[in-house]
Write a protein that binds this ligand. Structure first.
Ligand SMILES: Cc1cc2nc3c(=O)[nH]c(=O)nc-3n(C[C@H](O)[C@H](O)[C@H](O)COP(=O)(O)O)c2cc1C
Length: 205
């Protein structure tokens, strides 16, 4: 056994240390009661965050410049979501999922064929389904709602509720645009990614 040599003076707290000289905050009878309450609140907040993390999923396809992947990454950071390509996401994954983001670059006015097939073949069986949002990057995101429409209709037909849609500009060097240095250089930029994070925060709420 090791005997610790301590100086009795060291065990005394300095004057006032460890003693509450003020009244507990309003609504509490004592400091311990207050401490217990805030620690319970912190625990509840952490549990909520952990549940959100376990239950958010992003399924997307990004093939041109990884523009959509960057947006997905920003959203996943907020949602602490798993990111998967459609081909790597079996439908069983949805059973444990509460919030599902579906995203793609736009190619000739459509979402990527792999993502489209994944959505088209989603099982429409009854039972709890995740809430869904759609996101995309494109050369001309002003038309995004038009390009998202087939996805939205297919999802709604299968009983999914589509909460909202997000779209932003993506660097585009398709065909002749390449000769001119491309369209939307440097997009998605920091501002686009900030908006993607804010959008994701709204989806959680
Ligand atoms: C083959 C091809 C076709 C495209 N077609 C369109 C289009 O119809 N409309 C549009 O706004 N952008 C179009 N784009 C631009 C892409 O949508 C844009 O660059 C997008 O950000 C790519 O996303 P990604 O890097 O995640 O693949 C096209 C790009 C490519 C390579």
């Amino acid at each position: 056994m090791i005997a610790l040599q301590t100086n009795p003076d060291d065990q005394l707290p300095p004057d006032g240390y460890g003693q509450a000289h003020t009244d507990p905050p309003e609504g509490y009878d004592s400091w311990p009661e207050y401490m217990q309450d805030i620690s319970a609140q912190a625990h509840a907040a952490m549990t909520t965050a952990a549940n959100a993390a376990a239950t958010s999923l992003l399924v997307f396809k990004s093939v041109h410049h990884q523009n959509t992947a960057r947006v997905a990454e920003a959203m996943a950071e907020v949602l602490r979501a798993d990111c998967l390509a459609p081909a790597d996401c079996p439908y069983e994954r949805l059973a444990e999922c509460k919030l599902l983001g579906i995203g793609s670059g736009i190619y000739y006015g459509r979402v990527h064929a792999e993502l489209w097939r994944w959505v088209r073949d989603l099982p429409g069986r009854s039972g709890p389904k995740p809430a869904v949002f759609i996101f995309s990057t494109s050369g001309l995101p002003i038309f995004a709602r038009l390009w998202h429409r087939p996805l939205k209709m297919a999802l709604t037909r299968k009983g999914f509720s589509v909460l909202d849609e997000f779209a932003c500009r993506g660097f585009d060097t398709w065909g002749p645009l390449w000769l001119a240095g491309g369209l939307n250089r440097c997009h998605p930029n920091e501002q686009d990614l900030k908006q993607a994070r804010e959008f994701a925060r709204r989806m959680v709420k």
